[in-house]
Design a protein around this ligand. Structure first.
Ligand code: DX5
Ligand code: ZN
Length: 218
């Protein structure tokens, strides 16, 4: 089943527990937590203490997306916070292979995110260390941006790479996905869809989650 990962970046930060409960109750299997440091990306959001507090409200998968420099220094903190999947950016560290190994060694699924300007070819040498590939369909840092169409091509390439190497990959797409384009993204090969503003900016959050899940699994 293809899964929705609502991004709490667009939720009310003063009521995150409620936000998580609402989308989980509506059927979202993942909760996407965006961690930004003001260095790797221009914005600052939340860190491991907030993720740890949130964990108590999450019954499903806590999917943490690190948009930070020097991610290696924080892997243990996010393990302790209860992350199930920990995603790091290819562009954020010099020794990405070692970082991915370290994530798995700590007992989490490893995610590797590629910025819009990073080609899929970089995965060739890393694929065996990766449980989830995250194709960024916006430049990271903010919610509510427009989907970059070329991301669809990259998703197709990742899918082909997974098939060629016999890997059962999670393929996540993050940024600018809404009800109007989610099917296109799934048809390209994505199986985990992040949506922030399209979920938490909706009039009826619960109905929107249900609609996403329906469209993604038709
Ligand atoms: C962007 C974040 C996203 C963001 C997506 O840098 O990684 O997860 O919340 O927001 P939308 O779905 O509004 O583009
Ligand atoms: Zn994200």
């Amino acid at each position: 089943m293809n899964a929705l990962a609502p991004s709490i970046l667009s939720a009310d930060f003063a009521a995150l527990g409620e936000a998580v409960k609402l989308v989980e109750h509506a059927g979202a299997p993942y909760i996407h937590v965006d961690v930004m440091d003001g260095h790797f990306v221009p914005n600052i959001t939340i860190g491991a203490p907030v993720a740890a507090a949130l964990r108590k409200h999450i019954n499903g998968i806590m999917d943490v997306h690190l948009m930070i420099e020097n991610p290696d220094a924080y892997l243990e903190d996010f393990k302790a916070a209860g992350a199930d999947i920990l995603t790091v950016h290819y562009e954020s560290t010099k020794h990405i292979h070692r970082t991915l190994q370290a994530i798995r060694k700590l007992g989490m699924k490893s995610g590797l995110a590629l910025n819009p300007g990073t080609p899929v070819e970089v995965l060739e040498c890393l694929i065996d260390e990766v449980d989830m590939v995250l194709i960024m369909s916006v430049n990271p840092g903010f919610g509510g941006q427009s989907f970059i169409p070329y991301a669809l091509e990259k998703v197709k390439q990742v899918k082909a790479l997974g098939e060629r190497t016999g890997r059962d990959l999670l393929i996540q797409v993050d940024g600018g996905v809404g009800l109007q384009n989610v099917q296109e993204v799934v048809n390209a090969g994505a199986n985990v869809i992040v949506a922030g503003s399209a979920v938490f900016g909706a009039q009826d959050v619960s109905a929107t989650v249900q609609e996403f899940m329906k469209l993604m699994n038709e």
